[in-house]
Design a protein around this ligand. Structure first.
Ligand SMILES: C[S@@+](CC[C@H](N)C(=O)[O-])C[C@H]1O[C@@H](n2cnc3c(N)ncnc32)[C@H](O)[C@@H]1O
Length: 205
């Protein structure tokens, strides 16, 4: 998987990626519903080269963690941000299906995942993802998950994906997480083609 993602990020400019957002508006919308202080931790799992990190830095969040299996992806954000701003983010190269660093984190106030969970198809991958999330998230912490919706694509970058709706995500997270909000969002790829997503916001009870 690491090679797969590294190859893609090495071959394409960020704005050519079929998930590139100039402004990650739906994530920003859900983050605005989370009542957190600027010094609380936000973990972006599978951050890739996402502009969500730039947004968090610009908003003055002080505990931003960008994690991805691909170092090449994270380096693209670092370059874009420049040295000074990049130093405000904690950069973690890790695999969420076998985490070495993420599992030691605690008190995460917001877990943000856009377009990562839907690549996990094996039972054990999902089990590790969930147990890691539960370990690191703080009480009353928030979980934002965006995945391809049931109407969405069945593949991305040549990989099969699992499509979700809000009920499936609620079932996956289990009864310790309350669904606060959800919406469908049609993302348009750089080619102009639509890609329907489901966005969800949960809170740990
Ligand atoms: C479709 S991209 C989305 C990137 C970013 N969240 C965004 O919205 O722009 C999926 C990302 O998940 C990362 N990824 C895939 N499998 C992963 C894993 N097992 N652990 C951590 N990151 C992973 C990829 O490297 C890639 O950056």
């Amino acid at each position: 998987m690491k090679e797969h993602w590294d190859e893609i990020y090495a071959a394409l400019d960020v704005d050519e990626l079929t998930w590139y957002e100039e402004i990650p508006e739906p994530s920003i919308r859900l983050l605005s519903k989370c009542h957190i202080d600027k010094d609380e931790s936000i973990l972006d799992v599978g951050a890739g080269a996402s502009t969500f990190i730039d947004y968090l830095v610009d908003q003055g969040f002080k505990n931003i963690i960008a994690a991805d299996i691909s170092e090449i992806a994270l380096n693209k954000i670092k370059e874009r941000l420049g040295k000074e701003k990049a130093s405000l983010v904690r950069w973690i190269v890790d695999d969420i299906t076998g985490p070495v660093h993420i599992q030691d984190m605690r008190n995460i106030a917001v877990w943000h995942d856009r377009a990562v969970l839907h690549f996990l198809l094996e039972k054990n991958q999902l089990k590790v993802y969930l147990s890691t999330l539960k370990k690191v998230i703080k009480k009353k912490g928030y979980v934002i998950i965006a995945a391809f919706s049931l109407k969405g694509a069945k593949k991305c970058t040549g990989l099969d994906v699992k499509n979700y709706d809000q009920d499936m995500l609620a079932k996956f997270l289990g009864e310790d997480f309350k669904l606060l909000e959800y919406f469908e969002h049609t993302y348009y790829m750089p080619s102009g083609q639509p890609r329907p997503y489901i966005y969800t916001l949960f809170q740990k009870t």
